[in-house]
Ligand binder design. Structure first.
Ligand code: NDP
Ligand code: HSE
Length: 424
């Protein structure tokens, strides 16, 4: 049996799961893949803290780099700059590199492409946790032009929205629970402000279209402003609220966006709850595919990390690594990002207004003057004010923003009108 020695940097939620599964399924993996994976070193910052795990611990990355018997290094610490330094050193020492770190990949994609040339580089766990979506984009769907893909790419946000919807739990309680369960990033603002889903969208957009968009050029909004109220109103209208990542190709333009969206009950994405992720992908040959599974958590993510380790260990047996990590996309260089204001969809609008006669007439005429047409309208009375919820017909976001500016000038409008896009 061929033995393949690896090192793991970081023994947190994912690192510990990788170690445990590699031990638990050592024989199973060997029998199914023909390679025996051996953990040569585990690099931690403080050996004392991790002594109880009975592992070959080290506090020195250099020791791993210099150990010629170690063929592959797995980075599972998170962050951007230090993990990128690790990647550089690993490739410089001609070792394979595996990571679950989408923040680093999304911001250093070009550099990693150059550094990894000819060396195995696995990042299956970086997008949608346990779902083998990188393999799907890179290999299984390679015979298709990807027309569009959209879905739930952040387990923490989906868990929070599900807890709010099903258990009437507050946002902050649901977030604490997601943190306890190991779903959230070390900095959970990445989860709830949409940045993490944005990183994943950028990685998939690079694999699908070769487009190297920067985070700041993409529309990214999170779920922090979603209230229990919105979830209840959406339900009355026949929708669930989900944080979605959406990519659509139209001629030479690619539309990329991450934001909460009202998803109709009859759309499969609406039934994906908890920490699950799901992606609907349309290829020009295969048609629509739907991928669904756990998108966060130690074991689900470790499942993807281990698939990279074993795939690379197998390839090493064949002596060469055949393809560039993100593909070679010269042909697609002409793709441009679509301007945010041009994005058109239906909108859910929530406005709080004072009880006054004529308010509804002014509200609806202001929307009409800006080309925003109303599909449905709900009103919920409070003592002094009323919450008006409107579902618009499809319109350009720019027009709705103009209407909002005018609405703000009316003294019967309380606070800022809010909008949530509707998924079509
Ligand atoms: P954790 O915060 O649970 O673990 C990170 C670990 O890295 C900690 O145990 C920390 O140990 C260790 N660490 C930090 N700096 C160093 C260092 N310089 N040298 C050695 N060890 C270090 O994070 P996760 O396991 O959740 O996430 C790891 C990576 O996987 C991240 O990139 C994350 O985005 C990604 N990921 C996570 C998923 C999840 O569901 N959790 C899913 C998909 C990807 P200590 O503080 O004790 O020193
Ligand atoms: N924090 C991430 C999430 C982990 O909740 O989806 C998986 O990438």
């Amino acid at each position: 049996m061929h033995k393949y020695k690896i090192a793991i940097i970081g023994l947190g939620t994912v690192g510990l799961s990788v170690v445990q599964i590699l031990n638990k399924h050592k024989n199973l993996i060997a029998q199914r893949s023909g390679v025996e994976i051996e953990i040569g070193k585990v690099v931690v910052r403080n050996k004392k803290k991790y002594e109880c795990h009975n592992l070959p611990l080290s506090e020195s990355l250099q020791e791993v780099l210099e150990d010629k018997s170690i063929s592959l290094v797995v980075e599972l610490i998170g962050g951007v700059d230090y993990p990128f330094e690790i990647a550089k050193k690993v490739f410089a020492h001609k070792k394979a590199f595996v990571t679950a770190n989408k923040a680093m990949i999304a911001s250093k994609m070009q550099e990693l492409c150059k550094l990894s040339k000819g060396l195995p580089f696995g990042f299956e766990a970086s997008v949608c946790g346990g779902i083998p979506i990188i393999e799907a984009f890179r290999d299984s769907l390679v015979g298709n032009e990807i027309l569009d893909f959209s879905g739930i790419m952040n387990g923490t946000s989906n868990f929070i929205l599900t807890q709010m919807e099903e258990k009437n739990q507050s946002f902050s309680m649901a977030l604490s629970q997601a943190q306890e369960l190991g779903y959230a990033e070390a900095d959970p603002t990445l989860d709830i402000q949409g940045g993490d889903a944005g990183h994943k969208l950028l990685i998939l957009a690079k694999l699908a279209y070769g487009i190297e968009a920067k985070e700041e050029d993409v529309l990214i909004e999170g779920i922090e402003e979603i209230e229990l109220d919105d979830i209840a109103m959406a339900k009355r209208l026949g929708y669930k609220i989900k944080l979605l990542g959406i990519a659509r190709k139209e001629d030479e333009f690619v539309e990329l966006r991450v934001h909460p969206a009202l998803v109709p009950y009859d759309c499969m994405l609406s039934s994906v709850g908890g920490a699950k992720n799901a992606l609907s992908v349309r290829g020009d040959g295969v048609g629509e595919m739907f991928y669904c599974g756990l998108g966060a958590g130690g074991d689900a993510t470790a499942s993807a990390v281990i698939s990279d380790i074993v795939n690379i260990a197998r390839l090493r047996e064949c002596a060469s690594y055949p393809f560039p990590a993100f593909g070679s996309f010269d042909f697609y260089k002409h793709f441009k990002l679509k301007d945010r204001g041009e994005i058109a969809c239906q909108f859910y609008i929530k406005i709080e207004v004072l009880h006054q006669s004529g308010v509804m007439a002014k509200l609806t005429s202001t929307l009409a003057e800006n080309g925003v047409s109303i599909s449905q309208l709900l009103q919920e009375d409070k003592t002094q004010s009323a919450i008006i919820v409107i579902l618009t017909h499809r319109c350009e976001e720019r027009k709705l923003n103009e209407a909002f500016c005018k609405l703000l000038s009316f003294d019967f409008v309380l606070g800022n009108p809010r909008k949530i896009r509707v998924y079509e």
